[in-house]
Design a protein around this ligand. Structure first.
Ligand SMILES: Nc1ncnc2c1ncn2[C@@H]1O[C@H](COP(=O)(O)OP(=O)(O)OP(=O)(O)O)[C@@H](O)[C@H]1O
Ligand SMILES: [Mg+2]
Length: 259
């Protein structure tokens, strides 16, 4: 088997600033208070993913999931350790990244496709399929700055899935989509998975992770808390609370977490 993503002791730290203005900083320093502090958003994380594996990534808000995806994508470099990937990477790791609000949906498809490494000829060829998937109707020629959040996400996802890649990264892509669109996205991601590409899928929706992934990693304050099969990982994530009470299931249902 070929390794697709290899993360070895990767760490990424950020600086927290407590004081913003020069005056505040001077006063804080005079009083001997800290003006900034650094913390590890990703803390000594190691794992590897085989080509064709589909990996779920879960954890509480702020646990470092998006940061880890950015390290894999190459948008950020780790401060320590290493992250190696094999092949072309595509995906949606921040809704609206690579879009220009004043350009139309049509122009943004070309812009975003170029950012993701597609040539103009390739984009021309796939243009109709992208438009059909995004299904933003008559808004295609309006500036995307006026799009609803769901429409924005549709356009981004539509472009990302049409890039030929070896690794597909998806960060909570389904969060703002409506139910029919979520279903369409999941079907498309299943196709991506079944075609032997590597998938890394970040989501808070346990149901969709169960459906999509054959392995789960849980991050806890930047550290790798769990790496293994999906079912026990989801139970681990609940921190030994009462497993699946009817209220939890209702909440999942209400939030559309089942698909
Ligand atoms: N550019 C940045 N500068 C400073 N701090 C940052 C930066 N990006 C992320 N952080 C911090 O790093 C931590 C991890 O953030 P991250 O976005 O990776 O979390 P997450 O697991 O994706 O959370 P969520 O479930 O809310 O999407 C958070 O405390 C966040 O505030
Ligand atoms: Mg995130």
């Amino acid at each position: 088997m070929t390794e697709s993503i290899v993360v070895e002791h990767a760490s990424k730290s950020f600086t927290l600033r407590y004081q913003r203005t020069l005056k505040q900083m001077t006063v804080a320093m005079a009083k001997g208070r800290d003006i900034s502090d650094s913390f590890l958003a990703v803390n000594d994380v190691s794992f590897s993913v085989q080509q064709g594996e589909s990996l779920g990534l879960m954890g509480l808000n702020g646990s470092g999931k998006s940061t880890l995806l950015k390290l894999i994508n190459g948008i950020m470099r780790p401060d320590a350790g290493s992250v190696r990937t094999r092949g072309r990477i595509a995906g949606l790791i921040a809704t609206g990244a690579g879009f220009h609000p004043q350009l139309s949906g049509r122009d943004n498809i070309y812009l975003n496709a170029a950012v993701l490494g597609m040539t103009e000829a390739e984009t021309n060829r796939k243009f109709d399929a992208i438009v059909e998937f995004a299904d933003v109707g008559k808004h295609l020629d309006s500036p995307v700055g006026h799009y609803s959040s769901g429409m924005f996400a549709r356009l981004g996802f539509a472009v990302a899935i049409h890039v030929d890649s070896d690794i597909f990264l998806a960060d909570e892509v389904l969060a703002v989509g409506d139910r029919p669109f979520k279903r369409k996205c999941l079907e498309r991601m299943q196709e991506i998975r079944d075609s032997g590409r590597t998938l890394v899928y970040v989501s808070h929706a346990a149901g969709s992770v169960r459906k999509m992934c054959d392995r789960l990693i849980v991050l806890e304050q930047g550290r790798l808390g769990y790496d293994g099969p999906v079912g026990p990982g989801i139970r681990y994530l609940k921190y030994d609370e009462e497993p699946d009470t009817p209220e939890d299931e209702q909440l999942d249902e209400d939030l559309g977490a089942d698909i």
